[in-house]
Design a protein around this ligand. Structure first.
Ligand SMILES: NS(=O)(=O)c1ccc(C(=O)NCc2c(F)c(F)c(F)c(F)c2F)cc1
Ligand SMILES: [Zn+2]
Length: 260
């Protein structure tokens, strides 16, 4: 298949060669400008039903660290807000920078955060699989949460303590009973807009819901993400996994709406 990454030759500026939709009309991420967002009173609160969620495993896919869920029923769903249906939780993963650098994908008034958590959901009411949903304009809903450096996050250690087991690309391990509700900020106020996957194949199938309030994690906790490698155990060249974020893309006339 088409190899892509975040390096000089295979990074975001080269993705359009194998994935022309990279220059499409609803690409993500974007720079969110709060004062230009439309306050939409018809936008209700988002509702997260993660209480019976069933994480399965944690793995390094060579681009990020991913926690996958059993999405064979509607145990863990997001609904409300801009969504017409409940969307089923499939996985979550992170994007982050290098030491002291920014690493979020969305920015706010040009300001980047240290990292960004993506909770990926798919519309199982209208589509039969994640794959099918991932190519539909209303197929996916991704909840984005900013991470800023500050105090230790009391629950993130459950993730960071497992990272040594998934150091290499292609490594994975069982990771059961983790409920991502513990990674949410206190406010669920959000911005929402129509966008895309932020990595190849960059499908324009995502309803983005980006929470306004970041969560705080310590520099020590973030540093553990940077011990991960883009490369596999069998490769000679060890490349540290960091700066795995796509920069903001042109808005192309899209409107960003704001929950109240
Ligand atoms: N950073 S993000 O915007 O939140 C994002 C979320 C999910 C994926 C993903 O699932 N990729 C693999 C993948 C596909 F990209 C497919 F199109 C597909 F059909 C899959 F089954 C699949 F696993 C990529 C980026
Ligand atoms: Zn992501």
């Amino acid at each position: 298949g088409h190899h892509w990454g975040y390096g000089e030759g295979d990074g975001p500026s080269a993705w359009h060669k194998n994935y022309p939709v990279a220059q499409g009309s609803r690409q993500s991420p974007i720079d969110i400008i709060p004062h230009q967002a439309l306050q939409d009173r018809s936008l209700g609160p988002i509702v997260l039903n993660y209480d019976h969620c069933t994480s399965i495993n944690i793995s390094n896919n060579g681009h990020s660290v991913v926690v996958e869920f059993d999405d064979s029923d509607d145990r863990s769903v997001i609904q409300g807000g801009p969504l017409d249906n409940p969307y089923r939780l499939k996985q979550f993963h992170f994007h982050w920078g290098g030491k002291g650098c920014e690493g979020s994908e969305h920015t706010v008034d040009g300001y980047g955060y240290a990292s960004e958590l993506h909770l990926v959901h798919w519309n199982a009411v209208k589509y039969c699989s994640f794959g099918e949903a991932s190519t539909a304009p209303d197929g996916l809903a991704v909840l984005g949460i900013f991470l800023e450096t500050g105090d230790d996050h009391r629950w993130l250690h459950m993730i960071t303590d497992a990272l040594y087991m998934v150091k290499f690309k292609g490594s994975g391990t069982e990771f059961k009973g983790f409920n991502p509700k513990c990674l949410l900020p206190s406010s669920l106020h959000y911005w929402t807009y129509l966008g895309s996957l932020t990595t190849p194949p960059l499908h324009e199938s995502v309803i983005w819901i980006v929470l306004k309030e970041p969560i705080a994690v310590s520099e020590k906790q973030l540093g553990k993400f940077r011990l991960l490698l883009f490369t596999g155990e069998e490769e000679d060249q060890r490349t540290r996994m960091e700066n795995n974020f796509r920069p903001p893309q042109p808005l192309k006339g899209r409107k960003v709406r704001s929950s109240n």
